[in-house]
Design a protein around this ligand. Structure first.
Ligand SMILES: Cc1ncc(COP(=O)(O)O)c(C=O)c1O
Length: 392
């Protein structure tokens, strides 16, 4: 007979999912109630308010889509983009490529602004594209590119897009909770995130938020949204302010308890303290990795604290190292994606995983495994360098 599944207790320091806070796992196992139960509806209202805080927005339409980050991405595109539209997509890694796919599946044209993998989106190139394509309706880009660890300047890119009368779609899957993000102050029109990164929650939900201008564009559409499930005109009836909740779909009740708890934890810590915590542990991890002799892929000024991509030393077997870390230390770090496959490791410091014990354990494990494999690194230096960074 098939047995129950008991996963091992891993430490998740890859590109996500990241470690789930035990309080979140406990919240998830609370009794399932009906999704139109008044107690559940009250919990949803609290969650909306906490998501507004996390995103620093007053946008009324701020909700978790009942599906992972990819569905949040798709929600933004299918609602804002119509057949025949032109959308400028800035690509500096894997996820800009997915945006292009979304645009084209909406029957629109994607104008691609390409940047090197490992670099931030270049505002000058975006401006050239905006000048060359005055018919463009939307500009889309990724705030925190998980495939490389590069952070782009949301404020500047949004200002530029607005100067050319474009709406903006921003991917904040890896940034929310880990890096400064201010939706209203920066004027973002549509944004989506995920629960499995810096929110320390389980995967499976995608917080999204839409400005008044974005809602006006959705209401003024001439073509119906091609996705029934993601059509915000219908979803708004379910999540709308004080709306009498009508059945749209069965909400993932227990997963929403999990997100509620992770947002309570974020409020307790304070958003800015959470950003600062990610930075502190990044600084220590960086000191340890650089002491070993591992070079960062992204220039310092454009680097995300929560996703550390470093170059694999010459002659070292990528998969063998990651397998040893997983097998001997229950530690997961990420492989490179696309053109970076086999060339980089991606070490995540996201949410509950961004802690001193994790930084020190990860460095000690990596140091030991690389030493065992006779890798050309400075053995025995990583933990001391990280401790020195903590005491600075
Ligand atoms: C930047 C970015 N965008 C979108 C996604 C897609 O999210 P999900 O895997 O939850 O569908 C991810 C997932 O890693 C991501 O890192």
């Amino acid at each position: 007979m098939t047995q129950s599944f008991y996963p091992p207790q891993r430490t998740l320091m890859g590109p996500g999912p990241s470690d789930v806070n035990p309080r979140v796992s406990q919240a998830m196992s609370r009794p399932t109630i009906g999704h139109l139960d008044p107690m559940f509806v009250a919990m949803m209202d609290e969650m909306k308010a906490m998501l507004q805080y996390a995103l620093q927005t007053r946008n009324e339409l701020t909700i978790p889509v009942s599906a992972p980050g990819s569905a949040g991405m798709e929600t933004c595109f299918v609602n804002l983009v119509e057949p025949g539209d032109t959308v400028i997509v800035c690509q500096n890694g894997v996820f800009g490529g997915r945006m292009k796919e979304n645009v084209e599946r909406c029957g629109a044209t994607a104008v691609m602004v390409m940047d090197d993998w490992g670099r931030a989106v270049d505002a000058n190139k975006l401006e050239d594209a905006l000048k060359a394509h005055p018919q463009a309706k939307v500009v889309a880009f990724v705030h925190a590119e998980t495939s490389t660890g590069a952070s782009s300047d949301v404020k500047t890119l949004v200002e530029l897009a607005h100067r050319y009368d474009c709406l903006t779609i921003v991917d904040a899957v890896t940034s929310l909770g880990g890096t400064e993000l201010r939706v209203d102050e920066w004027g973002v029109d549509a944004i989506y995130s995920g629960t499995q990164k810096c929110l320390s929650c389980v995967p499976g939900l995608s917080p999204v938020s839409f400005s008044e201008a974005a809602i006006a564009a959705i209401k003024g559409r001439t073509h119906p949204v091609q996705s029934w499930f993601l059509d915000l005109n219908l979803v708004m009836g379910y999540w709308g302010a004080g709306a009498k909740r009508a059945y749209h779909h069965t909400a993932p009740v227990n997963t929403l308890y999990a997100l509620h708890e992770s947002l309570v934890i974020l409020e307790e810590e304070g958003l800015e303290n959470s950003w600062a915590r990610h930075r502190t542990h990044h600084n220590a991890l960086k000191a340890g990795l650089e002491a070993l002799g591992l070079a960062f892929v992204v220039p310092e000024a454009e680097r995300l604290p929560q996703l550390n991509a470093v170059t694999i030393p010459e002659g070292v077997d990528d998969a063998a190292v990651r397998t040893a870390l997983l097998g001997d230390y229950n530690l997961e770090i990420g492989a490179g994606l696309g053109p970076m496959a086999g060339k980089v490791w991606r070490i995540g410091l996201m949410g509950y995983a961004a802690r001193k014990d994790n930084v020190l354990n990860c460095l000690a494990a990596l140091d030991e495994v690389l030493g065992r494999m006779d890798a050309p690194v400075n053995h025995g230096t990583a933990v001391a360098a990280a401790l020195a960074a903590y005491s600075d």
